[in-house]
Design a protein around this ligand. Structure first.
Ligand code: IPE
Ligand code: IPE
Ligand code: MG
Length: 240
């Protein structure tokens, strides 16, 4: 479906939704849906790297997801532990640089360490940058950024007139990254659920009814084909 005339988006963001409904449809426990979802993610990282996408940002766990049952939250934490180890191998094989966004101090110390190690040991890789949003919420990110701006202002490092959109961006967890060109949300929901509110200002949105565990390369290519059919404007005028 993808041919050489197609424009590959530089940065693709994905809200991986529908693991629970996938599990329900298959009459298996929710946790199994999350496990399948992790496998889909592994494959998607490889597909994205091969397609030449430069940045892939995925929403894995939101600041609101702590409200789920203790059983589900701890199952998800166990999966993160397991995949953090696996991901190191995958990243090394595929020349992928891994980066986490979100507030990590709420995680268990061994998980914080595993995340740090993943980032450190893949820092020099030059292929795909794979960004995982864990304990991420856009409002939380902006509030944390705001606090740092205020602290810098109080110490004279930042003056009100120096605060520009660029400087503001540099205080966010996504500092240094281009904004997403394409956002994909699976499972039929059409909302942002507190994901990258600032960064998605001009992003094209693609929604599919497919549950995340059923997402695959063909679906990714469909989203890219849709993106190619859009006429991106950035506030300018539509060309006839
Ligand atoms: C997405 O699947 C994974 C996480 C939010 C961790 P869900 O668990 O939200 O699945 P549904 O939306 O209940 O089907
Ligand atoms: C968004 O999905 C968060 C992730 C995919 C990690 P949710 O399933 O948590 O979002 P809501 O509750 O449907 O908005
Ligand atoms: Mg959901």
């Amino acid at each position: 479906m993808i041919d050489e005339t197609m424009k590959i988006p530089q940065h693709v963001a994905i809200i991986m939704d529908g693991n629970g409904r996938w599990a329900k449809a298959h009459k298996v426990p929710r946790q199994l849906g999350h496990k399948e979802g992790c496998q889909t993610l592994e494959q998607t990282v490889e597909d994205a790297a091969r397609l030449g996408i430069k940045y892939l940002t995925v929403y894995a766990f939101s600041t609101e997801n702590w409200k789920r049952s203790e059983e589900e939250v701890s199952a998800l934490m166990q999966l993160f532990r397991f995949y953090a180890k696996r991901l190191l191998g995958i990243a090394k094989t595929n020349n992928v640089r891994v980066r986490m966004i979100g507030e990590r101090s709420r995680f268990a110390p061994d998980l914080v360490e595993a995340i740090g190690r993943l980032e450190r040991e893949t820092q020099q890789n030059t292929g795909l940058t794979f960004v995982i949003a864990v304990n991420y919420g856009s409002r939380d990110e902006m509030v944390r950024a705001g606090r740092r701006m205020l602290a810098d202002a109080a110490e004279g490092r930042l003056k009100p007139e120096e605060l520009t959109e660029q400087v503001f961006s540099d205080y966010l967890d996504t500092a240094g990254m281009p904004d997403p060109d394409l956002l994909i949300r699976t499972s039929g929901e059409e909302r942002l659920s507190n994901f990258l509110l600032w960064q998605l200002a001009y992003t094209e949105f693609y929604f599919t009814d497919i549950y995340w565990p059923d997402f695959n390369k063909e679906e990714l290519e469909k989203a890219i084909a849709y993106y190619n059919g859009r006429d991106r404007r950035f506030g300018g005028r539509n060309e006839a």
